[in-house]
Design a protein around this ligand. Structure first.
Ligand SMILES: [Zn+2]
Ligand SMILES: [Zn+2]
Length: 247
């Protein structure tokens, strides 16, 4: 079995987002087979065209076990930053249901989308992470949403929010190498922790992060700044915010 860089894949989708193709059971079974300790189920929220009804997120916490096949199941969401004011696309009371809050921009729900300038994009992120329930910014290296890293990295560190290195976004060309390099270099400079995830839309890619590993090697990025290289680190982050979470 190949040694994995991460112990917990904190950004995975199920077929509740209909452009993904596996069940939570299939995801968890595979995660167990490859030796992961945890996966976060992070389907898309409201304004994405194929997002599940809010009941999906509320009921996950009521219905799903905390562990499947020995793998911790963290019931989260990839919540959309709805606009550059930093507003999220679900009600604040619904964020309370989540055990792991990833916030992301996606171009799909912006009218006549054109990339904004880095200052505007970064303002939105900084406003959104004022919500202490936010755990991570999803694929901040996506080129459609250019970032002012010199502002975002210290702000994320200060807020205790992880910046994500997203395998799928690199592999599909949505996160170009120079942007990835810049994020890693600033995170290294400010000792800002990152989270390395697959953003899997099918079970067979869970836990596999070769593109991220290449970027990490090249940047000589310190392993101790990879939050999910050790699941205990992720667990303590979650429990600090949600002592009753049961993971
Ligand atoms: Zn996304
Ligand atoms: Zn995603």
């Amino acid at each position: 079995m190949k040694k994995l860089l991460i112990q917990a894949d904190m950004h995975t989708h199920t077929l509740a987002s209909s452009h993904a193709f596996s069940t939570i059971t299939e995801n968890a079974k595979y995660a167990a087979d490859i030796g992961l300790k945890a996966i976060a189920m992070t389907d898309h929220t409201n304004v994405m065209p194929d997002s599940p009804h809010i009941w999906h997120f509320r009921n996950a916490k009521r219905v799903l076990p905390n562990e499947l096949f020995g793998v911790k199941i963290i019931k989260g969401a990839e919540v959309n930053i709805a606009d550059y004011s930093g507003a999220l696309d679900i009600k604040s009371s619904d964020v309370d249901w989540l055990e792991w809050v990833v916030i992301s921009y996606h171009s799909h729900y912006f009218q006549n989308f054109k990339p904004a300038d880095p200052r505007t994009v970064t303002d939105g992120y900084i406003k959104a992470i004022e919500d202490p329930r936010v755990d991570m910014i999803g694929h901040p290296t996506a080129i459609k949403f250019p970032v002012d890293w010199a502002r975002l990295v210290p702000a994320a560190k200060e807020a205790g929010v992880l910046l994500e290195l997203n395998e799928s976004s690199i592999k599909t060309g949505k996160s170009p190498a120079p942007v990835v390099r810049e994020m890693l270099s600033l995170c290294k400079k400010y000792s800002c922790p990152i989270c390395v995830d697959t953003d899997a839309h099918f079970w067979s890619v869970i836990g596999s992060t070769p593109e991220c590993e290449r970027a990490i090697e090249e940047a000589e990025f310190p392993r101790e700044l990879i939050a999910n290289a050790d699941f205990e680190n992720i667990r303590s982050r979650i429990l600090k915010k949600r002592p009753d979470c049961g993971i």
